[in-house]
Design a protein around this ligand. Structure first.
Ligand code: IPM
Ligand code: MN
Length: 344
């Protein structure tokens, strides 16, 4: 197999620590078949130079096959700056319209859910739209600082953007055993976008007769996630609902330390980006306390995306074995990475 040409953005906080372990595992499963280029982006660069993502760097990153990202964000930067100018800019410019977030409760992993509920099985994937919704920055403020200040944050929902996301979700559902798709939205209040999402699911769904589909309001879905999570197989939803639901999904399947994600450009006209769902956790940075499993599972999504499904499944298997044997002993970030890499 050819070498994987990877752009690496380790980023801030625990980012560099977890990325080191992700690369360790990638190296082990591919027998050294990964070449990496590190991109120094994030809070430190911004502090030193005022730069978040220079155009030339973005163009260089565009030339790689895939991107592995640790975490972005630091209390020293104004809220939203690095998020918008770095992380979201990459997602938007590289057209990562599928934000893929699988949730599976693996054997040996503890969950805050009641045992009989957890035993029903949790294994679903959230297909979160990644380039629209309220994330486009389409808003503004009026009469700032006065008692009549107003803020708007407009959610953008294009038929084109919804349809390609819904189609991708149906394709994924069609490849899974249960072949079920659930749209999460809030059409009883968000009438315009809600109806467009619903109509699109109905229309695209007609092309997938083997996939059953249903709908749940996002608020009710929060109840189902903790009372009856086995009802979900593939969830499709907008950018902001998807952000919220995937944190709860992570919490019920072992915590944010295990939650992986892929920011995917399915057409492959730009590299896709793989990252743990968690943030930079500055409070524990540099102490070897971060769990690198989410990043390691993100490398499995990366391998799968690059058509290297056998290697992806080997990584997942090694993680599953490690999780099943974890017990109570506290291990450092690199010990967990070593143990998983040693199984490959
Ligand atoms: C995530 C994060 C990001 C998001 C933030 C950091 C912009 O919460 O990847 O889930 O909202 O998408
Ligand atoms: Mn989030």
């Amino acid at each position: 197999m050819s070498n994987i040409d990877l752009a690496v953005i380790a980023g801030d906080g625990i980012g560099p620590e977890v990325v080191t372990e992700g690369l360790k595992v990638l190296d082990a499963v591919t027998d050294g078949g990964v070449s990496t280029t590190q991109y120094d982006l994030g809070a430190k660069r911004w502090q030193a130079t005022g730069e978040t993502l220079p155009d030339s760097v973005l163009e260089e990153i565009r030339g790689h096959e895939a991107i592995l990202l640790g975490a972005i964000g630091d209390p020293s930067a104004p809220s939203g700056l690095l998020e918008r100018e770095l992380l979201l800019r990459i997602r938007f410019e590289l057209d990562h319209y599928i934000n893929l977030r699988p949730s599976k409760l693996m054997p040996g992993v503890s969950t805050p859910l009641r045992e009989d509920i957890a035993r029903g099985g949790i294994d679903f994937v959230v297909v979160r739209e990644g380039t629209e919704g309220p994330y486009t920055g389409n808003g503004g403020a009026l009469r700032v600082g006065t008692p009549h200040e107003m803020a708007t944050e407009v959610s953008v929902n294009s038929r084109f953007g919804i349809e390609r996301t819904v189609r991708d979700a149906f394709e994924r559902a069609n490849r899974r055993e249960r072949r079920k798709l659930t749209l999460l939205h809030k059409h009883n209040v968000l009438s315009y976008a809600g109806h467009l999402w619903r109509r699109t699911v109905e229309e695209v769904g007609a092309e997938y007769p083997d996939v059953t589909h249903d709908y749940a309001h996002i608020d009710a879905a929060m109840i189902y996630l903790v009372t009856d999570p086995s009802r979900f197989d593939v969830i499709v939803t907008d950018n902001l609902f998807g952000d919220v639901v995937t944190d709860l999904a992570a919490a019920v399947t072992g915590g944010i330390g295990l939650a992986a994600s892929g920011n995917i450009n399915p057409e492959g006209n730009a590299p896709s980006m793989f990252e743990p769902v968690h943030g930079s956790a500055p409070d524990i940075a540099g102490q070897g306390k971060a769990d690198p499993t989410a990043t390691i599972l993100s490398t499995a999504l990366l391998l799968e995306h690059l058509g290297r499904g056998d290697e992806a499944r080997r990584v997942e298997q090694a993680v599953a074995e490690d999780l099943a044997s974890r017990g109570d002993a506290t291990r450092s970030t690199s010990q967990i990475g070593d143990a998983i890499a040693a199984r490959l």
